[in-house]
Design a protein around this ligand. Structure first.
Ligand code: AR6
Length: 179
């Protein structure tokens, strides 16, 4: 790949692909790959909580009692360069016959809808479910990008730019092919 940054215009907005640590990106909302108990964990969830500070977990405990797979909740951004963190829960991959694709789409859709409800223009998202949860990234990438495009094309949406922050060159290449 020649560039570590790719852009595509969709509807009135743009989908961006970057190889980056999502905790460093300045956007209105950062999407987290959380778990249904909102308990924190490893991967991008651990990185976001470390970077944002304890305020994030405090707010999650105060406002929410978990979050079903395929949905999302929102908190402030703590010490991140983002106003909000949207905690989306993707499915754990089993065999592909347990509604995994549908649940992954639903997680992204819920997250983008929450961002729009809060007037966000710029959002950054990781490749939800493709780490610890084992969802094959070749299947996840087109679902993630398709859901982002649909969110940008929704009438009257505040969303203008959705950036996928991919953590490795190979993940970025898979998303680039899907884009
Ligand atoms: N920035 C961007 N992407 C990252 C970062 C980062 N700082 N760190 C990891 N990734 P995962 P999941 C990538 O495992 O599969 C947690 O314990 C990573 O390389 O973070 O949805 C939660 O609490 C991969 O491509 O999330 C849940 O229990 C992608 O982010 C469970 O893991 C997602 O990997 C959720 O598993």
């Amino acid at each position: 790949m020649e560039s570590d940054r790719l852009v595509r215009t969709v509807g009135g907005g743009r989908v961006l692909l970057v190889r980056a640590d999502i905790t460093t990106i300045a956007v209105d909302a950062v999407i987290n790959a959380a778990n249904a108990s909102l308990a924190g964990g490893g991967g991008v969830d651990g990185a976001i909580h470390r970077a944002a500070g304890p305020e994030l977990m405090r707010e999650l405990r105060e406002r929410y009692q978990g979050c079903p797979t395929g949905s999302a909740v929102i908190t402030g951004g703590g010490r991140l360069r983002a106003r909000y963190v949207i905690h989306a829960v993707g499915p754990r991959w089993r065999d592909g016959n347990h509604r995994e694709p549908e649940l992954l789409e639903a997680a992204y859709r819920s997250a983008f809808a929450l961002a729009a409800e809060h007037g966000c223009a710029t959002v950054a998202a990781p490749a939800i479910s493709t780490g610890i949860y084992g969802f094959p990234i070749e299947l996840a990438a087109p679902l993630a990008i398709g859901t982002a495009a649909a969110a940008l094309e929704a009438p009257d949406t505040s969303l203008r730019e959705i950036t996928f922050a991919l953590f490795s060159d190979s993940d970025l290449e898979v998303f680039a092919r899907a884009l």
